[in-house]
Design a protein around this ligand. Structure first.
Ligand code: GLY
Length: 390
């Protein structure tokens, strides 16, 4: 064990998952966040989608994501029992839809790439897609069925994590952390808006804000803005799909993730504009236009919410999970588009590190001392996928 107390900076899905598991393992855990569970985790669509987020060159991320999606059912069960409320896991699977010829070629390329790696996905015609999800419109010309890509209601998940963490004795303090302090060798504490606090082990899980907290993290995480909409079925409108629907519409990606009670999260734009969380007219327009091409019935739905969050992007799109900098400093950040998916395995890995054990094999690719992080952020390349990224 590194020490018997843990200070977690950040109460998003990663910070709360790690805090809950560490407290259950017997550590005294404090979480610091000026606005718990309100950042990217609150805005997220909640896809647990390693296969439909896959991209050539990111095989380690695919492997990590597949390890993570297999871990999800047991994690959801453990969390539900610990919290006394459901974790929000949905197991209906994912459909990927294409409209024009170029979009279908793009999906073929994804299917071929996956087949080369030994992951077969089922190709469907437009008619077969509509048989599975009658809400799909006539512009959908074909696509893929990926039953293993799941989803979670991010807000149910956050509520369950907070409840489980608090039941396990985690103290959540609403305070901003400005820096992690050290004596040149090991961590000594954290500087908050309200004075310095001593700390034994510090876990930085502050998402897009992580890089500013210690010189050892400088330049390793950058904010990648994403805008989403929440829409809701109204009486008389065409029922929503059961599965997550991802689509390419004239080259633009869009996804629609079902929620209980007829809700859908429509996402997401992807832009790099620093720490900007304003929702733009253009973002809303693009999301609505593309979503309606895929599910024409949503024109009759209620528009309930628009929001923007900041994904924590890393130079190679893999997260940073492990030790970096002075003794006692752990990081769990840089999860980019996959924070929900990777939360359970991140918590497993952090727990292993706190116990002085090796992290599970697929998580080793996320070691924060890996070579790809040697240069400035972005230097290892930021691979824009047509399916996943605008
Ligand atoms: N994982 C979906 C997104 O980041 O938009």
């Amino acid at each position: 064990m590194m020490s018997n107390s843990l200070t977690v900076v950040g109460a998003g899905v990663i910070g709360l998952s790690c805090a809950w598991r560490a407290a259950e393992a017997g550590l005294r855990v404090t979480v610091l966040d000026p606005a718990p569970a309100s950042g990217a985790s609150w805005v997220a669509g909640g896809m647990l989608a390693p296969v439909t987020e896959a991209w050539p060159g990111e095989e380690a991320l695919l492997e990590l994501g597949e390890h993570a999606v297999r871990r999800w059912p047991s994690f959801a069960e453990e969390l539900g029992a610990a919290a006394g409320q459901p974790a929000g896991l949905r197991t209906d699977g994912t459909l990927v839809a294409a409209t024009g010829t170029g979009d279908r070629a793009e999906l073929e390329a994804l299917a071929d790439f996956l087949a080369r790696l030994g992951r077969e996905v089922e190709r469907l015609s437009g008619r077969e897609m509509r048989r599975l999800e009658p809400a799909l419109g006539p512009d959908v010309r074909g696509g893929l069925l990926v039953p293993g890509d799941l989803a979670v209601d991010n807000r149910q998940l956050l509520a369950a994590l907070r409840a489980a963490a608090e039941r396990a004795g985690v103290e959540i303090i609403q305070r901003a952390v400005r820096a992690v302090l050290d004596d040149g060798t090991r961590v000594t504490g954290v500087r908050t808006d309200d004075g310095d606090l001593e700390a034994g082990t510090v876990l930085v899980a502050a998402g897009a804000h992580s890089a500013a907290l210690h010189p050892a993290l400088e330049g390793l995480v950058r904010p990648v803005k994403g805008e989403i909409l929440r829409i809701a079925h109204r009486p008389g409108a065409f029922p929503p799909p059961k599965r997550t629907v991802r689509a390419l519409v004239d080259g633009r990606p869009v996804y629609l993730v079902p929620r209980d009670g007829g809700g859908l999260v429509v996402g997401a734009t992807q832009t790099e504009l620093g720490f900007d969380t304003e929702v733009t007219i253009g973002g809303v327009r693009d999301l609505l236009r593309d979503a309606e091409r895929i599910l024409p019935g949503i024109a009759e739905y209620a528009l309930v919410e628009s929001a923007a969050g900041l994904r924590p992007g890393s130079p190679d799109n893999l997260p940073l999970i492990g030790a970096r900098g002075p003794d006692g400093l752990l990081v769990a950040t840089g999860h980019h588009r996959n924070g929900m998916l990777l939360a359970p395995v991140t918590a497993d890995a952090v727990l292993a590190l706190l116990r002085g054990e090796a992290v599970p094999e697929p998580v080793r690719a996320a070691d924060p001392s890996r070579a790809a992080l040697a240069g400035p952020a972005g230097s290892a390349g930021f691979h824009p996928t047509r399916l996943a990224r605008r």
